[in-house]
Design a protein around this ligand. Structure first.
Ligand SMILES: Cc1cc2nc3c(=O)[nH]c(=O)nc-3n(C[C@H](O)[C@H](O)[C@H](O)COP(=O)(O)OP(=O)(O)OC[C@H]3O[C@@H](n4cnc5c(N)ncnc54)[C@H](O)[C@@H]3O)c2cc1C
Length: 258
């Protein structure tokens, strides 16, 4: 798949594993590190060694079953360099924020930067702020009503996760994204009549975040970093702006209930 094999960029390795799993109808592929000395493995990867052992896999002797998973979300709530958002009184930090330090692919250990640098900056900015919660801009929160039975939200969450993984995950296309948007629309009752419970509100938040991801993936008609469009496999053929900026209004074209 790549001259650097498993040391190729993460998106390349992920697609290679995905491809092997799909064609071989496999649940996972295997990582073999048995050529490395047992002492080195135990010392260098103590957590991985201990965790695998709990599941009956001794990485010094056995092959390790591996499969792709969601590791980091590039993008998020747009912030300035001190975590401030366009909403006075709201700061975002960590994986939820889009501070501008990430490109299209995940670089190792960038969460340290997010946590240490931006965590400190946001803490200081919040401490300096004289804004009281009452002064925060009115955000037009919806009227909340009696929530639907919990099972209905749990089912939406389960199916949404599956749809996002299968259609908006490692490999995307206009067909897979349009299919996901159609399915999303069938859950719009969650947004039209927002329920007052943690489960109802979290389901609503999941639907909003997934709508933003689908919209951005649909607009970006190229493949770059972790965003891979099967129908536009090369980068730069139809380059989109560095960052796609979405607002609630701009999402309404495909997601009318937002
Ligand atoms: C398998 C894996 C390996 C990774 N390896 C690395 C690595 O080697 N190096 C690296 O830099 N990054 C790594 N990352 C990414 C890194 O772990 C995350 O980006 C980072 O932990 C995000 O920190 P955070 O504080 O923004 O969010 P989180 O760590 O997700 O913290 C959010 C917190 O909010 C809490 N919460 C959620 N909802 C509510 C609510 N309604 N009310 C109150 N609390 C709530 C959650 O319980 C959680 O404690 C890895 C991620 C994964 C999944």
């Amino acid at each position: 798949y790549h001259p650097d094999a498993e040391l190729a960029p993460r998106d390349v390795v992920t697609r290679a594993i995905w491809d092997e799993m799909k064609h071989g109808k496999l649940q996972n592929v295997f990582l073999d590190v048995t050529h490395l000395k047992p002492g080195f493995l135990k010392e260098r990867f103590p957590m991985i060694y201990a965790t695998c052992l709990q599941y009956g896999v001794d990485i010094t002797q056995d092959q390790i079953p591996v499969a792709p998973s969601a590791h980091y979300l590039m993008g998020g709530i747009k912030t300035g360099l001190f975590g401030e958002t366009s909403l006075p009184g709201l700061w975002a930090v960590g994986e939820a924020a889009c501070t501008g330090v990430h490109g299209a692919n995940r670089l190792a250990s960038n969460s340290l930067l997010e946590g240490l640098v931006f965590g400190m900056r946001v803490g200081q900015a919040v401490g300096r702020s004289s804004l009281s919660p009452a002064e925060g801009e009115k955000v037009g929160l919806p009227r909340l009503s009696r929530p639907a039975p919990a099972e209905r939200y749990l089912l939406v969450q389960k199916e949404l996760r599956e749809k996002m993984w299968n259609n908006v995950g490692i490999i995307r296309s206009e067909t897979s994204l349009s299919e996901a948007i159609a399915r999303w629309t069938s859950w719009s009752w969650v947004l039209k009549k927002p329920g007052l419970s943690r489960l109802a509100l979290e389901t609503r938040n999941m639907l909003l975040a997934s709508a933003a991801m689908m919209e951005a993936a649909l607009r970006r008609k190229e493949s770059i970093g972790a965003h891979y469009r099967e129908d536009f496999p090369s980068s730069g053929t139809n380059p989109s702006p560095d960052h796609i900026r979405l607002t609630r209004t701009s999402l309404r074209k495909h997601f009318t209930s937002i």
